[in-house]
Design a protein around this ligand. Structure first.
Ligand SMILES: [Zn+2]
Ligand SMILES: [Zn+2]
Length: 621
């Protein structure tokens, strides 16, 4: 169980207690525990095994420590089980809707006997929500909108939410004697943003032993079906998982079939028929004779094409390209050398600047950017001009204290309602890396927000646009600006686009990232981490890029530091980072491109010498 899983469980527990009307101090204690658990760099599982270590954590007393140990050992604790029986899953899910929280959900239950999304929608549509104390008409509309926006995603979970448990189950089954292969198929394998049920496939081993291993996994809450070739379970989290035991000679064909997409498989079957064969989950056959089926590669080859990475199997153009041998060589997590969107406790992050930089280094990065919020977000302690000036020295100090990683002094600057940036040009000139983001007034109509975005992209100091559409999966629709025009503007200006790797953002998404690529826009994959643990989310951004068919060369933060800075300078002469991370304080706002290039050359010389002096570092991922 990861720290994030544990933190989620305690958050959930706090939510259930709050809905149940528990003492606010008690609720707060559990929320605080969740926060502490999530922000620990060390695995809590390990700490739980050592006497007294948990009790040393801030805010974790004897009672909480015991509950953490229970959860680590058994996946739950008595109080959690008790609360789960009292506050059903559907009720807890309501607290995640925009505009609602535990307190309001409690009111809904007590005053209107609302226990489900359907109840809530019916009450909203008949105008009964607005009558409740503290609700009103605006909130009623907001809730109805949130219900509509989340309808598609409901019943599905974020890929990141099931990542650990899916791998845990697969490894558990793989340990059974005789099992040769286990794969997690379905949309999970295609790395879609959300997944419904999980489909596991295994080959080899004694059926009874394999199914027993599967159905006795500690996360399993109910066994829905038990057979020799297929079993189904429901996990404590509500997720349904099927395991199929496949004969080894059919494993590739079955994996292909259960990975999908359906449309991809339909196209493959059509090609099989054209070649006088038939393709099913059992294999590729000519009449009664099996032609291929043991591996996916074998099946694709027999159909006259190269193996298609699962992320591309969406019936776009991958089959045509596989036949012509033109499939992209997809970018990989190990290709990334930097994380260029991180927050620290100077604004709304959880850890210090130095801790974040050390953690980025520990993940094998050669450079990183620290990007706090700007003053348009005062509740997050966003930086004003004076605070940015102080930050210059803070970043310089961290560079001294943490050698072996380059630190770009960046900022996530708000795009104001009219498209102006939240900080003046002299202040922006102090920065190596300017991320611009939409956080407010996201509901502006299309033409208005398009003009706003285009104006912001045209600012010469901008390096990259962060989480461009500002959508939240299952929570908030993307902003309505014209993406195609924005991408054309970004391409013309040499502005990068971010693939934000937060599991509920994934923004750009695969479709937009693909469009960006065709428009000639380069991208970066960054985590937008607000804690050390979130630095590990970068893989979800990589999955988006892979689904978009992107290669290493399409992603700017696969470049080594010096080349990355050089590319930035070329793309944005006179813009942010023109002076390199260490020379940024001398960059003048109105410098000519030529002067910037000249100074860039000097900075490059320095950088190159610095690089030689540093020992080679190994990637740790
Ligand atoms: Zn942001
Ligand atoms: Zn951010």
């Amino acid at each position: 169980m990861t720290n994030l899983d544990l933190a989620r469980l305690f958050q959930r527990l706090a939510t259930m207690l709050e809905i149940d009307g528990a003492n606010p101090f008690r609720v707060r204690a559990y929320r605080e525990a969740a926060r502490v658990v999530e922000s620990q760099a060390e695995p809590i599982e390990a700490l739980a095994g050592e006497p007294k270590r948990l009790e040393e954590l801030p805010g974790i007393g004897k009672d909480l420590a015991q509950k953490i140990r229970d959860v680590v050992a058994t996946g739950s604790t008595a109080l959690y089980d008790e609360m789960k029986a009292k506050v059903p899953e559907e009720i807890v899910a309501l607290t995640e809707l925009q505009g609602l929280g535990p307190k309001r959900v409690k009111t809904l239950m007590e005053r209107l006997q609302i226990h489900s999304r359907q109840d809530l929608e019916a009450a909203g549509k008949t105008g009964r929500l607005r009558e409740l104390p503290g609700f009103g008409e605006v909130l009623e509309q907001k809730i109805l909108k949130a219900l509509a926006a989340t309808r598609e995603a409901s019943g599905r979970r974020l890929l990141a939410e099931v990542w650990a448990v899916a791998h845990g189950l697969a490894e558990h089954v793989a340990k059974t004697r005789g099992v040769q292969q286990v794969e997690i198929a379905g949309s999970f394998r295609r790395r879609r943003e959300t997944v419904g049920d999980l489909d596991l496939l295994a080959a080899g081993g004694d059926p009874e032993a394999v199914m027993k291993a599967f159905t006795t996994h500690p996360e399993v809450a109910d066994i829905l079906g038990l057979g020799d070739t297929k079993s189904s379970v429901r996990l404590a989290s509500g997720l349904q998982v099927d395991l199929r035991l496949i004969p080894p000679e059919s494993f590739g064909a079955a994996l292909l079939y259960f990975t999908g997409s359906k449309q991809h498989n339909i196209q493959l079957r059509r090609i099989a028929i054209e070649k006088g064969m038939s393709l099913s989950e059992y294999g590729l056959a000519r009449g009664a004779k099996q032609v291929a089926g043991r591996t996916e590669e074998e099946v694709y080859r027999a159909l006259g094409m190269s193996w298609v990475p699962p992320e591309l199997r969406e019936a776009r153009d991958e089959i045509e390209r596989a036949i012509e041998g033109r499939l992209p060589s997809l970018v990989d997590l190990s290709d990334l050398r930097a994380d260029l969107h991180m927050h620290s406790d100077r604004t709304d992050g959880r850890e210090s600047l130095e801790t974040m930089v050390r953690a980025a280094k520990a993940r094998g990065h050669g450079y990183c950017a620290i990007t706090e919020h700007s003053k348009a977000l005062p509740m997050l302690k966003g930086f004003d001009e004076a605070r940015v000036r102080r930050s210059v020295d803070e970043v310089a100090a961290v560079r001294q204290r943490v050698p072996g990683i380059r630190v770009l002094h960046g900022l996530e600057v708000d795009i104001l309602a009219d498209g102006a940036l939240d900080l003046d040009d002299d202040t922006l000139a102090l920065l190596d890396w300017v991320v611009i983001s939409l956080h407010t007034r996201l509901g502006q109509p299309g033409p208005e927000i398009t003009a706003r975005v285009l104006r912001a992209l045209a600012h010469p100091r901008v390096s990259v646009m962060g989480h461009p559409t500002a959508r939240m999966i299952g929570g908030r629709e993307p902003a309505a600006f014209d993406m195609e025009r924005a991408l054309e503007e970004a391409a013309a200006r040499g502005v990068l686009m971010e693939i934000n790797a937060q599991p509920d953002r994934l923004d750009l998404n695969d479709i937009n990232a693909r469009m960006a690529h065709t428009k000639g826009v380069k991208m970066v994959i960054s985590t937008d981490a607000h804690s050390v643990a979130q630095l590990d989310n970068q893989r979800y951004g990589v999955f988006v890029a892979r689904r978009a068919g992107l290669e290493k060369g399409d992603i700017a933060n696969t470049l080594p530091y010096e080349q990355f800075m050089e590319a930035l300078r070329r793309a944005r002469p006179g813009g942010a980072s023109a002076g390199g991370a260490r020379g940024a304080t001398t960059t003048a706002a109105k410098e000519t491109p030529a002067a910037a290039r000249a100074r860039g050359k000097a900075a490059r010389g320095k950088a190159a010498r610095g690089a030689k002096a540093r020992p080679a570092r190994r990637k740790s991922r």
